[in-house]
Design a protein around this ligand. Structure first.
Ligand SMILES: [Ca+2]
Ligand SMILES: [Ca+2]
Ligand SMILES: [Ca+2]
Ligand SMILES: [Ca+2]
Length: 365
């Protein structure tokens, strides 16, 4: 932005602020809650402009050499590995901690949300220019024979929980891969001890009607992926079923979400096979997963709140567009937290350009 442009934007902020009666409200929405607007998008791997009318998340993973925060293996392992990428052990039988990982921390992700009476819609835009993607037959093998959701390659993981589940330490994980071939799901019946069930659509037990295991192909049509110049977008439709639908799927209700991204490099090596029942298996002892990868886990459990149609410019969600929204928008920009309000100009970033577009909208209305 040129100096002149910046000055005129700044002057415009002052003018608009002056032209509004400045009213301060005690009841402002929470700044760490992701308010989701009601609209039905088209599932095509592109971010419909309506997603920008919801709040969104710019996910963060801090640089770290702590293996308990970021699970990694192969060339990205925090431990010493052999030439195949497997961790080696020291004299005492435990893995030898390197003190660092070779991962360069170059992935980024932003997630966008919408909802309607029957579904949650999620679009995740990932910046990731090194493409690791398992062969289709390996992918099939991993899901159907190894029964793993981690057909380990570039992919996203969404972990959902809601209030009645939190007491039981339960959550449902939805997994989708970059190449757009597989969407599947797992139900954690005790997250703490990693007790896992297949997400069975015949039961009342799951939140989103996304099948797991060998029936993952039934999920076809519920998601789409596309490549971008610097990464990929995965968009999905998650139908709500069971008790959750009648109990919490309405305006004002909230649930929790955590997001992780799996990053594999180009020419990632395959892991050894993890199923016990077919000898060497079809891939000479290798399985359907990569070994060179890292799971980037956003530690924050975000609160997603279902909201009825709000205007894109209504940043504080009080039903009116006025100076309070401008103040609120400036606050969000200054705070630079990972939860962001509406992206006013729809360019995927929240900055002073959104202030300018906001003021334009106000001036035109
Ligand atoms: Ca779309
Ligand atoms: Ca990658
Ligand atoms: Ca408002
Ligand atoms: Ca923007």
């Amino acid at each position: 932005m040129s100096v002149k442009k910046f000055l005129s934007a700044f002057t415009a902020v002052l003018m608009i602020t002056a032209s509004f009666p400045l009213v301060l409200s005690a009841e402002e929405p929470e700044t760490d809650t992701v308010y989701i607007n009601k609209h039905t998008p088209i599932i095509d791997g592109n971010i419909d402009s309506e997603y920008y009318s919801s709040f969104h998340i710019e996910h963060r993973w801090l640089k770290s050499d702590d293996p308990s925060l970021f699970w990694a293996s192969g060339k990205f392992s925090f431990y010493e590995t052999d030439e195949k990428g497997f961790n080696i052990t020291g004299e005492d039988g435990s893995y030898i901690y390197k003190g660092y990982t070779d991962y360069k921390w170059d992935c980024k992700a932003s997630s966008y949300y919408l909802w309607d009476d029957d579904n949650l819609y999620v679009a995740v835009k990932v910046t990731d220019d090194d493409y690791g993607c398992v062969d289709a037959d390996r992918l099939q093998y991993a899901i159907t024979c190894e029964n793993t959701l981690q057909c380990q390659q570039d992919s996203i993981f969404l972990d959902f929980s809601f209030d009645t589940w939190k007491k039981e330490n339960k959550s449902q994980t939805i997994w989708a891969e970059r190449a757009g071939r597989a969407l599947t799901s797992l139900l954690y019946i005790d997250r703490l001890y990693n007790f896992v069930e297949l997400a069975d659509p015949e039961t009342e037990n799951i939140f989103f009607d996304i099948h797991s295991g060998w029936v993952f192909e039934d999920n076809d049509g519920y998601f789409a992926a596309s490549e971008t110049s610097d990464g990929y977008i995965i968009e999905m439709q998650l139908p709500v079923i069971g008790k959750a639908k009648s109990e919490i799927w309405k305006d004002g209700e909230e649930f929790d979400l955590q997001l992780s991204i799996m990053d594999s490099p180009e020419n990632a090596r395959y892991d050894k096979k993890h199923s016990l029942d077919d000898g060497e298996g079809p891939f000479h002892g290798e399985g359907g997963s990569f070994i060179d990868l890292i799971l980037l886990h956003d530690q924050t459990a975000y609160k997603l709140s279902l909201s009825n149609n709000f205007e894109k410019d209504d940043i504080n969600l009080d039903g009116e567009v006025n100076s309070k929204d401008l103040v609120r928008l400036m606050k969000y920009i200054a705070a630079d937290s990972s939860v962001k309000p509406q992206d006013i100009n729809g360019d995927g970033k929240l900055n002073s350009k959104d202030l300018v577009t906001f003021m334009k909208h106000v001036a035109e209305s």
